[in-house]
Design a protein around this ligand. Structure first.
Ligand SMILES: Cc1cc2nc3c(=O)[nH]c(=O)nc-3n(C[C@H](O)[C@H](O)[C@H](O)COP(=O)(O)OP(=O)(O)OC[C@H]3O[C@@H](n4cnc5c(N)ncnc54)[C@H](O)[C@@H]3O)c2cc1C
Length: 356
């Protein structure tokens, strides 16, 4: 009977990133994905690497900051090992603050640099509100689709095994410990199992983690010229994320709509109008695509990271709006835990035991 050291459930960005960290530590790893790999939240994401205290919960800040710092190395390694580009961009973000941002104590405490739009991002200055307050944030962005594909390829090259099109129905437990997983097709055996099933994590027996889907609709335009926008732009109306190939992502809604991934015309038009109001030059931009994805939400909007009450059964989920940002640090802290070491960050606030 073939066994692995660790079985990971879910092939979004979190599962394969963790599989690579575990392989580096010498573990044999199987990733089980119920559909096509990397087609859920990690495919839908914008890829902003937001670690700004205005938008990051205080208790998550150390992990967010550490993960943002790990990104250049993380992305470089995936690019070299997969031979694929992940479009890590380092031009920073222009934040057009909301009223809540202006009132936020972190706005005064943090080193946000006011910018003049006419100099920093002329396309924005042509909007009807060029004198709006604007701040510069030193944040990067990445292409999550390319990143997830590169993580899969890297994991494969490093000898991680995959079973896709295979849904896990339960984690098997023997003598009160994790013993593997049961899928719709078969059963796989390992002494350690990690649930990285995103918004679906709570559906896998025996533990019903309180994850829920939080829908986000997005629109993708083609900029009339690649140089039109350099920075990520975040405003209360919409955010804009330029890619190096000339695409421009416009996002995103935050909706409680169950497992419904349909887009609706009125919402996509609202995003389109918001983009045009910010950057009038987009009026002739071609619409390439729209889509919706399901963020893995939790009751306190914090991830769930740690070992469950079943020894050998771990969980790394609930990354909500920050799973792309948090992938490198999640891989590091979870690999340390699974290896039996104390992770370098206190994970108490993210413990699965915090939910009854
Ligand atoms: C519109 C939108 C915009 C976003 N923008 C950003 C952003 O700018 N920056 C950022 O950091 N984050 C962003 N996010 C959040 C980010 O996408 C998620 O936090 C992250 O992708 C979660 O990764 P994951 O691997 O946990 O989940 P997923 O990518 O959803 O992967 C989970 C995988 O598990 C599989 N699975 C589920 N159940 C089973 C089962 N029973 N058996 C086997 N496999 C199973 C699924 O098929 C899926 O492939 C955004 C999300 C959305 C929707």
């Amino acid at each position: 009977m073939k066994t692995w050291d660790v079985i990971i459930i879910g092939g979004g960005i979190i599962g394969p990133s963790l599989s690579i960290a575990l392989r580096k530590r010498g573990a044999s790893v199987l990733v089980v994905e119920r559909a096509e790999p990397g087609r859920e939240a990690s495919h839908a994401a914008g890829g902003m690497l937001v670690d700004c205290p205005l938008e990051t919960p205080a208790v998550l800040q150390p992990l967010a900051t550490a993960s943002a710092r790990l990104y250049p190395e993380f992305a470089y390694e995936l690019e070299v090992e997969s031979g694929m580009k992940v479009d890590l961009r380092d031009f920073g973000t222009i934040l057009l603050p909301s009223t809540e941002h202006i009132r936020h104590p972190a706005l005064r405490a943090s080193a946000l640099l006011p910018v003049r739009l006419a100099e920093a991002e002329p396309a924005l200055a042509e909007s009807g509100f060029p004198l709006r307050p604007a701040f510069y944030l030193k944040e990067r962005s990445v292409d999550p689709r390319a990143l997830t594909a590169a993580a899969w390829k890297t994991a494969k090259n490093r000898g991680v095994d995959f079973s896709s099109g295979d849904e896990v129905t339960a984690v098997t437990v023997a003598e009160d410990r994790a013993a593997g997983v049961t899928t719709v097709k078969t059963a796989f055996h390992a002494a350690k199992v990690v649930n990285c099933a995103g918004a679906w994590s709570g559906q896998i027996a025996p533990h019903a983690f309180p994850t829920r889907p939080v829908k986000g609709q997005m629109l993708c335009l083609v900029m009339p010229s690649r140089a039109l926008l350099k920075h990520v732009v975040r405003s209360p109306e919409a955010y804009l994320i330029p890619r190096s190939d000339g695409r421009l992502l416009v996002g995103a809604t935050v909706e409680e709509a169950g497992f419904d991934k349909r887009t609706d015309l009125a919402t996509i038009q609202r995003l389109h109008h918001a983009a045009l109001a910010l950057v009038p030059e987009l009026r002739n931009a071609r619409i390439l695509e729209d889509w919706a994805g399901l963020r893995p939400g939790t009751p306190d909007a914090l991830p769930i990271l740690g070992e469950t009450q079943t020894p050998g059964y771990y969980v790394a989920t609930g990354h909500f709006r920050d799973g792309i940002l948090l992938a490198p640090i999640t891989a590091e802290v979870m690999a340390a835990l699974i290896e039996g070491r104390v992770p370098e960050f206190d994970l108490t606030a993210f413990s699965p035991a915090r939910f009854p």
